[in-house]
Design a binder for this molecule. Sequence first.
Ligand code: MN
Length: 318
Amino acid sequence: MSEQALYPGTVAEVPEPDSVLLPGHDVPLGRYTTVRRLLPHRQRRMVGAWCFVDHFGPDDVSGRPGMQVPPHPHTGLQTVTWLVEGLIEHRDSLGSHQLIAPGQLNLMTSGRGIAHSEYTPEEHPPSLHGLQLWVALPDPERHDAPRFEHHRGMPVQQIDSAIVTVVVGELAGSRSPARVHTPLLGAEIVFAAAGHARLPARRDFEYGVLAMTGTAGVAGTDIGPGSLLYLGTGRDEIAVDATGPARLFLLGGEPFEEPLVMWWNFVGRSHEEIVQSRDDWMAGRRFGTVEGCDAEPLPAPAMPMVRLKARDRHGSIH
Ligand code: MN
């Protein structure tokens, strides 16, 4: 039912779907890698429960170490690792040891606490290119035990001229086996050449799209690597026009209403929770040990002098 039908005589206020291009910024990750951080952004903290979006590469890592991230902790989130080129070796404090290759999914659920390391193995392909994404866990699942999943053979289908891989959630009848805790979508959209695709959308989901390679018009806005196009809610479909070969990643989800405190590798709800997580990590409590990784664990940075504040998905302080 429309607003007009509910309130005859008033002007219908049907908001146009938002469409905002958010430029990313470069952030060093470990000693040898620089990532393009696309979320959180000052204008937009989240897309659904997606609260952190890093795009790395394509980097020439021939004769170089590649990704070198020593053991570090996480709370309150899931990490999603998706590669297009290269290899990463994951180890965590549950004892998981998993090499991830392109087309496979590593999904680590921190729950109340986990530690992991991520390294490009010594013998590796010449290029490294991928995404690392965080999904905020809702209450009460953020307090659950940690777990790790590795999936290969993700569902792939053709939609118009695009090859679509459903990494998280469900799209056009294909469902990812990844276990998530809020209505969520993550899908890779690949065009081998210039082409068009109309991707089905849910009106209750907000969406964001990034380009990993190539350029495309998405819902009327041109995008290329380095930015995230935020698309808001209220869409029935997302039209994509690739101008040539292109690889995009579509993020979506039900707007996440819980304000978050994000600091370093922790997602919590209050300053006190973050302080406790930091203290536990520095004291060697809660997060366990990453067996098989010889590197020294990363020390947490000093807490800022001000109290950390919870922010909602729009960036407003609570
Ligand atoms: Mn991590």
